[in-house]
Design a protein around this ligand. Structure first.
Ligand SMILES: O=C1O[C@H](COP(=O)(O)O)[C@@H](O)[C@H](O)[C@H]1O
Length: 224
């Protein structure tokens, strides 16, 4: 198990290098496999990586893209992770990718979880997983101390679970069994606060610092 920490001179360099790394790993996989999967975070940090990646020379038609997690809001809502993805990643060359939308339009995320678990199962193991992390050490929609987090970290958890009470809206998230056996795993964080949070997470239990569950074989990409 190796945690590699890569520090970049600035956020622009991080975005360019990381986008090239992720696209390279997908291309490498596609040399010997028919298809590949790419699982990415939402939130405020990854847009520059997505912008750069969307122009990558890849056979995107053989790549299936899905989010780590989604907020249960309409696709045009400003908190929709899917909206972010369509604006920054699934455009240009990457528009040809297949997309599994975690927001199904059902009234409640609970109604969608089982069907989504089946669709995600077909994509495992994830070829390239990019995670994000909040300053509170949450990743995907696995929040510190939340009742669902302990369930989602269990080895027999469903692949996709609904989460409530942790933010403005209900959410849906991939769980540890879906995320933890990925072929290539990366974490992207920026700023001193998140760097300190990541160091702290390494001393805590995953229930209280969910990112900890994924700090085995991982490359962490950081810039101030
Ligand atoms: O709510 C979320 O937060 C995390 C971290 O987001 P950031 O805004 O601090 O970059 C993100 O990884 C997750 O996908 C998102 O839904």
């Amino acid at each position: 198990m190796t945690l590699e920490f890569v520090e970049y001179p600035d956020r622009e360099m991080l975005a360019l290098s990381l986008a090239s790394k992720l696209a390279g790993q997908l291309a490498q996989h596609l040399r010997t496999n028919e298809t590949a999967s790419l699982c990415v975070p939402g939130g405020t940090t990854p847009a520059p990586v997505f912008n750069s990646m969307s122009g990558s020379e890849l056979d995107w038609s053989r790549v299936t893209v899905f989010l780590n997690d989604e907020r249960w809001v309409d696709r045009e809502h400003n908190r929709s992770n899917s909206r972010l993805l369509h604006r920054h990643l699934l455009t240009g060359k990457a528009e040809a990718a297949n997309y599994i939308d975690l927001y199904t339009g059902d009234a409640e995320p609970e109604a969608a979880a089982e069907g989504l678990s089946e669709r995600i199962r077909d994509q495992l193991p994830i070829t390239v997983l990019l995670l994000g992390m909040g300053a509170d050490m949450h990743t995907a929609s696995l929040f510190p101390g939340a009742p669902e987090t302990a369930l989602a970290l269990a080895s027999d958890a469903p692949l996709v679970m609904a989460v409530r009470g942790q933010s403005d809206e209900p959410r849906i998230t991939l769980t540890a069994p879906a995320l933890s056996k990925s072929i290539n795993t990366h974490l992207m964080i920026t700023g001193a606060e998140k760097r300190a949070a990541l160091e702290r997470a390494q001393t805590l239990d995953a229930k209280d610092a969910p990112i900890r569950a994924f700090l085995g074989d991982i490359t962490v990409h950081w810039a101030e």
